[in-house]
Structure formats: structure tokens, C-alpha cells
Ligand binder design. Structure first.
Ligand SMILES: Nc1ncnc2c1ncn2[C@@H]1O[C@H](COP(=O)(O)OP(=O)(O)OP(=O)(O)O)[C@@H](O)[C@H]1O
Ligand SMILES: [Mg+2]
Length: 326
């Protein structure tokens, strides 16, 4: 299951992703945690020391390796140089699972021990000015998009991505790559304005979007969120002493998390799991092709000097049944 946490800066994306990841880990499920946010804090939110987090390998530094592995023997992708972030898999491409080992995980993922067991953590690497607002041939999130487009994930295994609700993900189609997107919103007009923007993009692409209220302090806050986002409000979380203690560098045992917060995390998991029966791999593949053609026409063809539309394998559908060529 592919799950994104988005929202405006400071809304609590990293906090809630990290709690959700900890929750999934206690169930013993395979979890890949991905930090694709502009501010890279997921590692420390999962309990790494600053120095450990800073030493994590950056996906952005391994783009060539990622592309080279994923393109495999796909004859439509003639070189790593012509593979862009939206290049879809086809016959001969190598696919990834959430569990198991592969060269992408070897290069980019590191285990993080949590109370329930270890999860894999991958980070895009810190963003620079050059990463923002450009049509990103070398985009940091491009590595994540390639990963998601080559991932055949089943039930009971989870990829959780901490990301912004930024223009990069809308341009490339990354926002359509998830079974469910949790939009973290504080009960403020700014918090809710990001929801409106996201909702508009999401509507046209059948994105399952649910709002998670954060720092919700009472009935007034809850009423505000309900009146602004209506049925899309899934659950609300208040101020957490557990999180505060963690931020002081004294992480309590996860099972001491407030019962209402634990219930909220179960609600998130149930909402994610409930999307599984409606999964449509054909639609998923068609969307990645749609965004690839769009990116090819708008900048990719020019940048690579190749006709990137020819990379599309018309007969290929990504599905769980397809096994990865190793
Ligand atoms: N429910 C909560 N209880 C207590 N503190 C919280 C809660 N949610 C968020 N915080 C605190 O608010 C701050 C911002 O949260 P966080 O870093 O998760 O937001 P973010 O959306 O990831 O921000 P950024 O856009 O900077 O990445 C952090 O200091 C975090 O500890
Ligand atoms: Mg963050």
C-alpha cells in the first residue's frame, strides 16, 4: 500500500508519518519509509540522531544507479541518460517489492529500529534552491517517482511517503501514485487552503484524499475543520505529550502513546487498507503514461534529444502478478 502525507509546512506531516510508521512497525508489517519533503526530518522523527540522519544516503545522489537498475533490459529505454523521472516500466524493466532486497535498497535504504521491529528508510536528500520550482530533470523527488512507478506492492506491506503538497508533485504526477493521501491540516484558514488546492488537482485524477486534523484542541477546532472539509475529514489528533517528549530527545516507548492517538493511527491504517479492493493497476499504469507523455512534450524530449513517447510500452500493465526481473 502506498500512502502519502501531504500538507502545508509545519502542519505535522513528518510527525504524523512517523507515528503511522511506528504504528505499522508494531504490527510487524514490512514498511518502507520515504522522506520526500523539502525539510528532511523523518529520520530524526523516527529516532535517529542528527548525525545518523545526516549520514543517510540520498536517493538524489543515486539517480543513475536507480535508473540503470529499473530499466533492466527494457529495449525501449536505450540509456540511463534518456530515462526521466516519469519514464514508465515496460517489458524488460525491473520491478521492486516493498520487502526483500534489491540494488536500490542496498544503495538508498537503511534500516531503522523501532519498538515493533525495523523499517527501511529512504531519503531524497536535502533540497537546494535549484531543486525548487524547476521542471526537474535531476529532481530529488524524481527518484521517488521512479521508485513508485516500478513498485508492485501487495496488501499488508506499506510504503509511507512524507512529502509536501508542492507544485513539483503536481507537475510530474507524483500526487497520483498513492492508494491514499492523508492531507494534514491544522484548524486554520491557511491549513485548509492547502486542502482546497490539493482537492482540485486530486478531483480530476481520482486521488483518494482524506484530511487528518492536527493540533486540534477542542470542539471549536473540530467544528471548523468539519465545516471546511466536510466528509473528507477522517480523524483529528490533538497535542501529543509523547511527541513533545520525543522532540526533547527522550523517546518514550511507543505503547505509551495516548490511547486516542493510537485509535487515530488505527483509523488511518483502516482507511488505507480499505482502498485495496478498489485498486486498479490498469488505471495506475495509464496515469503514469499520461504524465510521462506530458513531461516528454513539455521538457523531456528537448532535454534528452530523444523521442520519449517511444519509451511507452503499449501492452504493459504494472500488476502484483508481475515478478521482478532480478
Ligand atoms: N500532534 C502534535 N503534538 C505535539 N507536537 C506536534 C504535533 N504535531 C506536530 N507537532 C510539532 O510541530 C512541529 C511541526 O511538525 P512537523 O515537523 O511534523 O511538521 P511538517 O509538516 O513535517 O513540517 P515541515 O513542513 O517543516 O516539514 C514539530 O515541532 C512537531 O513536533
Ligand atoms: Mg516535515
Amino acid at each position: 500500500m502506498k500512502i502519502a502525507f501531504v500538507g502545508k509546512g509545519g502542519s505535522g506531516k513528518t510527525t504524523l508519518s512517523s507515528l503511522f510508521i511506528r504504528h505499522l512497525a508494531t504490527a510487524g508489517a514490512p514498511v518502507v519509509a520515504v522522506d520526500a519533503d523539502i525539510n528532511q526530518h523523518l529520520g530524526t522523527a523516527l529516532g535517529l540522531e542528527e548525525a545518523e540522519a545526516a549520514a543517510l544516503p540520498a536517493m538524489g545522489d543515486h539517480l543513475a544507479l536507480i535508473k540503470d537498475h529499473l530499466r533492466g533490459t527494457n529495449p525501449r529505454i536505450s540509456s540511463t541518460e534518456t530515462m526521466i523521472k516519469t519514464t514508465p516500466p515496460g517489458e524488460g524493466s525491473r520491478l521492486l517489492r516493498a520487502h526483500g532486497d534489491n540494488p536500490v535498497y542496498d544503495a538508498c535504504a537503511r534500516p531503522v529500529e523501532l519498538d515493533g521491529g525495523a523499517v527501511r528508510l529512504m531519503v531524497t536528500g536535502p533540497f537546494t534552491d535549484a531543486d525548487l520550482g524547476v521542471s526537474c530533470y535531476h529532481s530529488k523527488t524524481g527518484a521517488v517517482e521512479l521508485f513508485l512507478n516500478h513498485l508492485v506492492d501487495g496488501r499488508d506491506e506499506y510504503v509511507v511517503v512524507d512529502m509536501t503538497a508542492g507544485s513539483d508533485s503536481f507537475a510530474s504526477g507524483m500526487f497520483t501514485r498513492f492508494d491514499i493521501t492523508f492531507l494534514v491540516a491544522e484548524p486554520t484558514r491557511k491549513g485548509v487552503s492547502v486542502y482546497r488546492q490539493y482537492k482540485e488537482y486530486a478531483r480530476d485524477f481520482g486521488v483518494t484524499l482524506r484530511v487528518v486534523g492536527n493540533k486540534v484542541q477542542g470542539p471549536d477546532d473540530l467544528d471548523f475543520l468539519r465545516s471546511e472539509v466536510g466528509e473528507d475529514l477522517l480523524v483529528a489528533v490533538g497535542h501529543s505529550d509523547w511527541v513533545r517528549a520525543m522532540e526533547k530527545g527522550r523517546p518514550p516507548r511507543f505503547d505509551t502513546l495516548d490511547v486516542t492517538d493510537r485509535a487515530a493511527l488505527r483509523t488511518l491504517q483502516a482507511a488505507a487498507d480499505a482502498t485495496y479492493p478498489a485498486r486498479d493497476w490498469e488505471h495506475y499504469t495509464r496515469q503514469m503514461v499520461h504524465f510521462h507523455l506530458k513531461n516528454a512534450a513539455s521538457w523531456g524530449n528537448e532535454r534528452t534529444g530523444a523521442d520519449l513517447a517511444a519509451q511507452v510500452d503499449p501492452g504493459f500493465v504494472l500488476t502484483e502478478g508481475v515478478t521482478a526481473g532480478v
